[in-house]
Design a protein. Structure first.
Length: 320
């Protein structure tokens, strides 16, 4: 979390936060739940989202004391993932007097906290922290993981541990929070992938015998996306059609098609946008809404990533 000069990127503060962070914060849609608070000896900027009925909280924290601690316990399950740190050391603890073993201090580690288990986060000489909290209850976990759920394992707290897939999912979730992502299927898919990866790491179950969707399941899922891609599809809807848990459906769909359900729906939206761009003079703002994007900006970003050009540029090229 340091720049090329060796200085922490959070060092230049504006109202407690560096200019880069304030720039990101200022672009977050006003509809997103945000707060700026002083809790104990830590100053927080917090951003709250909900996908798949699971609560996501992005935290950007500045400890105001050389040694600070925070009780992370709550009455639901919680997974905490460290995204970044400037300076110092972190020490997660179940016992305030006994640090838990950690293989590394590098960002990316996560820990699992069952309901009503006291879990302390100690920070010594840390100048800034970024971390993600994902909270959910047993019913939500059962709905997402289905038969894959290991009830014995989830009721034990974990030591801090690293897993690249979990780190990637946490990064994507935090970016979706900061970007104000509105696509339900995308958010649902990230949450499902995050919880499935976390649960797999906790139980270390082998998945080599997994298979894709059977033909009727794949046909139903594709048909549903084809009919409703212009609307805000949820992962729960698709999983229910195929009589699978959300995590199992998402994995099986990817095995069958090579891409996640969200990407399949996104490709369909892009194709529909191309048809309108090439054959009509409909304004971009209207095309965005017609094909299922939240607004023109959302369309432009997704179109550029998929096609390599903005919708306006692509339209001009088609009409030359």
């Amino acid at each position: 979390m340091e720049n090329g000069s060796g200085k922490p990127i959070f060092e230049s503060r504006v109202c407690g936060w560096n200019k880069k962070t304030m720039s990101v914060i200022s672009r977050i849609p006003k509809s997103i739940d945000t707060s700026h608070e002083l809790i104990g000896d830590r100053e927080y900027y917090m951003l709250n989202r909900t996908w798949n009925e699971v609560s996501i909280r992005y935290n950007h924290c500045l400890p105001t004391a050389e040694l600070s601690c925070l009780d992370l316990s709550c009455n639901t399950f919680k997974v905490v993932t460290l995204l970044g740190r400037a300076g110092g050391r972190l020490s997660p603890r179940l016992d305030p007097k006994k640090p838990l073993p950690m293989a590394s201090q590098r960002p990316g580690f996560f820990f699992w906290i069952p309901p009503n288990v006291t879990y302390w986060s100690w920070a010594e000489k840390v100048r800034a922290l970024r971390y993600l909290e994902v909270q959910f209850d047993l019913q939500q976990l059962e709905r997402i993981l289905g038969d894959d759920l290991d009830l014995k394992r989830i009721n034990r707290p974990s030591d801090p541990r690293h897993d690249e897939r979990i780190t990637t999912c946490a990064d994507l979730l935090s970016n979706a929070c900061l970007a104000g992502a509105e696509d339900t299927l995308y958010g649902d898919s990230l949450v499902t992938a995050f919880l499935a990866a976390t649960h797999k790491e906790l139980s270390r179950e082998a998945t080599s015998n997994e298979s894709g969707l059977v033909p009727w399941q794949l046909r139903l899922a594709k048909s549903y996306i084809e009919e409703y891609f212009r609307q805000d599809i949820s992962l729960a809807e698709l999983a229910k059609l195929t009589r699978l848990s959300q995590s199992r459906f998402a994995r099986a769909f990817r095995i069958s098609t090579g891409i996640p359900p969200y990407s399949w729906a996104l490709r369909r939206r892009i194709a529909a946008a191309e048809q309108l761009l090439a054959n009509t003079n409909t304004p971009l703002s209207e095309i965005a809404i017609q094909v299922g994007f939240a607004d023109q900006s959302h369309l432009t970003k997704a179109f550029r990533r998929a096609v390599g050009a903005t919708p306006a540029t692509w339209r001009r090229d088609q009409k030359r």
